[in-house]
Design a protein around this ligand. Structure first.
Ligand SMILES: *Cc1c(COP(=O)(O)O)cnc(C)c1O
Length: 422
C-alpha cells in the first residue's frame, strides 16, 4: 500500500471521528473544572509545592495533595504517596489492609489482573499472599455480553464475604471496561445483599474518562497508579488509595505501620510533581482517548478487529487491537516504538515479565520508566494475539506512532482485505 493510500484512509478516519472528539472534550472540560475546584477547596498555595525529609511529620504539601485527591474523587480520604511502588502495590495495600484471616474476597469481573493473581495466591507460590494468610478467594465471571452475572454474584456473596472487587478497566482481557453506571447498579445490588461488604474498585486506567469516579457510584475504596492517568505524565512514580476514611487508614497502616499510618512519609520532591500531574491529568487523559479513538478507526478500516470500536462508550484509555499472529503483534510494537521519543531505534522483542505468566511484548520509550500514560502498547503472547495500546501525551504524537505501527503491520501482512479493496 502506498503512503498516498494510507494518507487517504487517514483523512476518511479523521472525518468520521470528529464527533467523538467533541464528546471527549466535553467530559474533559468537566474534569478540568473538578480539579480546579478541588485545588481551590484545598487552598493549594506555593509553599505546598515544597516537600519534607526524614519522617515527614506535618508535611502540609502532602496534606494538600491528599485533600485534592479526596475532593476530586468526591470522598473522605486519600493516601497519595511516592512510596507506593505501583498500581499493584496500591491495590495490595487495600486488600491486605482490610482483609483478615477467615475473610472472603470475591471478584465479580472474573479473573483478576495478572499481577494480582500472585497477590491473591491463585498463581505461583509467592510468600505472603492472601491465601497464605487465610483469606479465601472466589470469582464470578462476566457474562458473554460483558455485563455482570447478577445471579452468580447473589449466589457467591456469603457469610465470609468481606470484600467485593471490581476491575473497571479491561486489563489484558478482550472485554469492555465497566462503566460507572454499571458500577453504580452493581454496588446497589451488593449492598442490598450484604450491607457491610466493602466494594473495592481497581481504578487503573479509568480516571477522568467519565465525569464520575467509582466512589460516587457507591464503591467504598478505590486505588490506582500515578504513572497511569492520575499522574498526568508528570508524576515520576507513586500510587493512590481513596475512599472512606476508616478504610484508607487501614491501607495506610499497611503501607507504613499500624499506629503511624498516613501521618509519616517524606515527600521529597513529590508534592510538586503530584499537584502538577493531577492538574494536567484531565487533559492528558483526553489526548490519550483521542489517540485511542484514532487507532480504533484506522485499524478497523485496515481490516483488523478492534475493541472498543471508535464510537463506543469508553470507561478506560485502553485500545485493544486483535492480530492474526504473534508476528503481527510484534510488528505493531516495532512500529509504535519508532514513534517513541526515547529508544526509537530499539526493536521490541517478546520476553518474560515478573508478575506475568506468558511472554509479553511491549513498546514504549517513555520519560518515566514503564509509564503507560505515555504512549505504549503491550500484550501477552497468547490467543487472541491482542495488543493493548494506551496513553500518549499529545494526540499528534499518538497519531505519528499509530501510523508508524500501521505501516509495519501492513508490511508483514500483505494478505489483508484492504489490498483487494484498493
Ligand atoms: C496496570 C494495572 C494494574 C497494576 O498496576 P501496575 O502499576 O502495573 O502494578 C492493576 N490493574 C489494572 C486494571 C491495571 O491496568
Amino acid at each position: 500500500m502506498s503512503d498516498n493510500v494510507l494518507g487517504q484512509i487517514t483523512e476518511e478516519v479523521e472525518r468520521s471521528i470528529a464527533p467523538v472528539y467533541q464528546h471527549i472534550e466535553q467530559i474533559s472540560l468537566l474534569n478540568h473544572q473538578k480539579v480546579l475546584d478541588s485545588f481551590h477547596e484545598a487552598r493549594v498555595s506555593e509553599y505546598h509545592l515544597k516537600g519534607s525529609t526524614g519522617y515527614g511529620y506535618g508535611d502540609a504539601g502532602r496534606e494538600a495533595v491528599e485533600k485534592v485527591f479526596a475532593s476530586v474523587f468526591r470522598t473522605e480520604a486519600a493516601l497519595v504517596r511516592g512510596q507506593i511502588a505501583s498500581g499493584t502495590h496500591a491495590i495490595a495495600l487495600c486488600l491486605f489492609g482490610v482483609l483478615r484471616p477467615g475473610d472472603g474476597l470475591l471478584s465479580i469481573t472474573g479473573r483478576p489482573y495478572d499481577t494480582l493473581e500472585e497477590v491473591i495466591g491463585i498463581r505461583g507460590s509467592a510468600h505472603g499472599s492472601l491465601r497464605e494468610l487465610g483469606v479465601s478467594f472466589k470469582q464470578v465471571n462476566l457474562l458473554a455480553d460483558g455485563s455482570f452475572d447478577i445471579e452468580g454474584i447473589k449466589q457467591c456473596i456469603g457469610e465470609k464475604t468481606r470484600m467485593v472487587m471490581i476491575q473497571r478497566s479491561r486489563g489484558y482481557d478482550w472485554r469492555s471496561a465497566i462503566d460507572i453506571a454499571k458500577i453504580e447498579e452493581v454496588c446497589q445490588i451488593i449492598k442490598s445483599i450484604k450491607e457491610g461488604a466493602v466494594v473495592f474498585v481497581d481504578n487503573c486506567y479509568g480516571e477522568f474518562v467519565e465525569e464520575r469516579e467509582p466512589i460516587e457510584a457507591g464503591a467504598d475504596l478505590s486505588a490506582g497508579s500515578l504513572i497511569k492517568n492520575m499522574g498526568g505524565g508528570i508524576a515520576p512514580t507513586g500510587g493512590y488509595v481513596v475512599g472512606h476514611a476508616s478504610l484508607v487508614d487501614m491501607a495506610a497502616n499497611r503501607l507504613t505501620a499500624p499506629g503511624i499510618g498516613g501521618r509519616v512519609g517524606a515527600t521529597l520532591e513529590f508534592n510538586r510533581w503530584f499537584l502538577q500531574g493531577i492538574f494536567l491529568a484531565p487533559h492528558v487523559v483526553s489526548e490519550a482517548l483521542k489517540g485511542a479513538v484514532f487507532a480504533a478507526a484506522l485499524f478497523e478500516k485496515l481490516g483488523y478487529q478492534v475493541s472498543p470500536g471508535f464510537s463506543d462508550k469508553r470507561s478506560d484509555i485502553i485500545q485493544g487491537i486483535r492480530f492474526g499472529s504473534a508476528e503481527e503483534m510484534v510488528a505493531f510494537c516495532r512500529g509504535l516504538q519508532k514513534g517513541s521519543p526515547l529508544d526509537g531505534h530499539i526493536t521490541p522483542e517478546p520476553a518474560p515479565m515478573p508478575g506475568y505468566d506468558d511472554q509479553v511484548v511491549m513498546a514504549g520509550g517513555t520519560f518515566v520508566a514503564g509509564s503507560t500514560i505515555e504512549l505504549s502498547a503491550d500484550g501477552p503472547l497468547r490467543e487472541p494475539f491482542a495488543i493493548y495500546m494506551q496513553g500518549g501525551l499529545s494526540k499528534e504524537y499518538i497519531k505519528l506512532g499509530v501510523m508508524s505501527a500501521a505501516k509495519e503491520c501492513i508490511s508483514v501482512n500483505k494478505e489483508k482485505q484492504i489490498f483487494g479493496r484498493i
